[in-house]
Design a binder for this molecule. Sequence first.
Ligand code: ZN
Length: 195
Amino acid sequence: MIGIEEVALRNRFRLYPTARFGQFKAHCPECQDKRRQFHLYVSAVKDTFYCHKCGAKGGVVAFHAWLTGIPFQMARNELYPASKRKFPRHPAEQLTREQLAEMGFTTRMPSPIAPKAFTQSEWSRYRRRTLDWIWREWCEYEKFRKEQDARLYRMICQGMASESAHPESLQEPVLREVPLPNGSAIHEDARADIA
Ligand SMILES: [Zn+2]
């Protein structure tokens, strides 16, 4: 975890100590405090900031976002790069809502935090199994779709090949044009099918 003091330091934002341990005051950049005006208070104990004038407040990530003017998500990624995250993401978690809906999954992904009725380890096991299952389903679905595409492609190719081999069959698909096989041959074939 990164402390709020460290965020101030990174942004070259000056904190002034107060009489209380771990409590700092600062010039609010929003309110353009000058000299002895200190509307902004920063707590290194609670890792929070609060401006008594404009009401800006929040935690470590919000402080970084506020000082740099970048969105919250981006500030979080800057402070905690994805590669250094403690828990690597399951591949199933990378699927978009649309991809999930395509397979017929409409429920939400299970949250990493256990609901009250479960212990964290019970929940983690359950979550892992669910994500594994979703991922297996997705791989199956992808495979099926690729096979369907390949089949369709083959059918189109075959269709095109037969069309180019017999271009006249497209123009005149009339039965009388087709030479009929003799009756006995048909008879024999039909009996062979039944037997
Ligand atoms: Zn302010």
